[in-house]
Ligand binder design. Structure first.
Ligand code: TRP
Length: 454
């Protein structure tokens, strides 16, 4: 298989190459770090249920929509809207995506930096011996409240990301994901099995998988849709950009389906690791996992210490977690970079360096908001950034993208693009219903409810 990635602005080497690259963008801290936080914040299994609905009914159709715009126009999000409706304000949707991408990159890289810190800690044996909740919690908070450590790790992530992007998409995105993502997947499965066999795992499993429908409320759906968009890299044009490299022979809907499936699977498994482990660990109480940004970093060392060969296992896990995070930061940086290259004729190196620097400066306050600066910690700045950019702006972006395709560019045009490489588009009715009615209405309703209830 001639599978060495992208031919200039041509195609991914193959359909499989695209699926790996797009899954690389999607699978990352969103599924492993953010999803369990959202589950804890929103009452457990009901949230899991709402998230699955959001992925199937809104996320998947929106991914297909973004890929379709991308493949049709062969452009970055701003260029794509300009090409389809020149001289209209629709290009603002693209611009919003570019800005949202930089803002998400800023705090996302801080968390990716925590993985760097944890990799180092594992290496020097910080997690050797008996791991208790109190000890794990202490390691986490002393790490995140040390400004120098946090900023250095954060900077390292930005430098790595900028380096990969400045070398071009081809060598960059794909080489990472092909071998390492499947390895991460295997490690996650092993940890999930270990977590399920812990003594006292039962209540955690119930919390995570047995829905208590009395906890349903509009906010939960807001977070579920936000989480679906965040984890699938939707709502800001990542998938428009990635779609612009897909060949006309590929089946867009099955590609989107695979990406959604693999991402959701990783998120579900992350929860299977976190909650049983959490409930089986003495000394925690429910406040510890409600709106706790450190959740993943506090819980994973606990389960890793219970595995045979925990030291090596831990090293491998944090290396792979970092790779998963990097394939996502790379995709976040690629959108604004592609925009500057295509629309303003910047050199790739310069574009990547300028945006990388901007994201670093913008991320400094977030980096200091988990203990290093009392003020920023009190206002919980990172979670505020995440609420605004990771939830609201992605939802707004998704709303305008669906409205654009359904009512401006037109369903028939989109269907024509989808039909290349997919003659018998089987789920056509679901897609049309979602793009025309369900997705826009659901997003509007959720946004209004949230504003009223906030
Ligand atoms: N989906 C990635 C994750 O879950 C993060 C990400 C990459 C993203 N590109 C994005 C989120 C675009 C929103 C939009 O880790």
């Amino acid at each position: 298989m001639a599978n060495d990635g992208l031919n200039t602005r041509g195609n991914w080497g193959s359909k499989l190459a695209f699926i790996f690259a797009a899954s690389g963008s999607a699978i990352g801290l969103g599924s492993i770090w953010r999803f369990p936080i959202m589950v804890g914040l929103n009452g457990g299994a009901v949230f899991v249920f709402a998230y699955l609905l959001a992925v199937i009914l809104i996320g998947f159709p929106l991914m297909l929509t973004e890929l379709t715009i991308g493949r049709h126009t062969q452009k970055n999000p701003v260029g794509a809207f300009k090409a389809l409706r020149p001289g209209t304000p629709w290009k603002l949707v693209g611009y919003t995506g570019v800005v949202t991408g930089i803002c998400i990159l800023s705090y996302y890289s801080v968390i990716a930096g925590w993985s760097v810190g944890y990799l180092y800690k594992t290496l020097i044996g910080a997690f050797r011996g008996e791991m208790t909740w109190a000890r794990s919690d202490q390691i986490f908070s002393s790490f995140t409240s040390n400004p120098l450590q946090v900023l250095i790790c954060f900077l390292l992530v930005i430098i790595l990301t900028t380096y990969v992007i400045s070398k071009g998409v081809k060598g960059g995105i794909e080489r990472w994901s092909k071998i390492l993502m499947p390895m991460l997947f295997i490690l996650i499965i092993i940890m999930a099995i270990r977590a399920l066999t812990l003594k006292g795992a039962g209540p955690g499993v119930s919390f995570y998988l047995k829905p208590d429908f009395s906890k349903i409320n509009p906010k939960l759906f807001f977070y579920a849709v936000g989480q679906a968009f965040f984890s699938l890299s939707l709502g800001m044009g990542t998938m428009i950009t990635y779609g612009s490299y897909i060949s006309k022979d590929d089946n867009l809907s099955s590609s989107a389906g695979w990406v959604c499936f693999s991402t959701t699977l990783v998120a579900l498994l992350a929860g299977i690791i976190i909650f049983p482990t959490l409930f089986a660990t003495p000394g925690i109480n429910p406040q510890d996992f409600q709106a706790n940004t450190g959740l993943m970093f506090q819980v994973f060392p606990l389960i890793i210490s219970k595995l045979p060969g925990g030291y090596i296992f831990g090293l491998l896990f944090f290396i792979l977690l970092l790779v998963a995070a990097l394939t996502s930061t790379i995709s976040l940086l690629e959108v604004p970079t592609a925009f500057l290259i295509d629309e303003h004729n910047w050199k790739r190196e310069k574009a990547a360096a300028v945006i990388g620097t901007a994201a670093f400066l913008l991320g400094i306050p977030s980096a200091l908001s988990s203990g290093a600066s009392p003020f920023l910690t009190r206002i919980d700045l990172m979670m505020k950034m995440d609420l605004v950019f990771g939830n609201i702006m992605l939802a707004v972006g998704g709303l305008f993208i669906t409205i654009f395709v359904a009512y401006v560019w037109g369903i028939p045009q989109a269907l024509k693009e989808i039909s290349h490489g997919n003659r018998s588009f089987k789920i056509k009715p679901l897609w049309i219903f979602s793009v025309k009615i369900l997705a826009p209405l659901a997003i509007i309703a959720i946004l209004i409810f949230t504003i009223i209830l906030a």
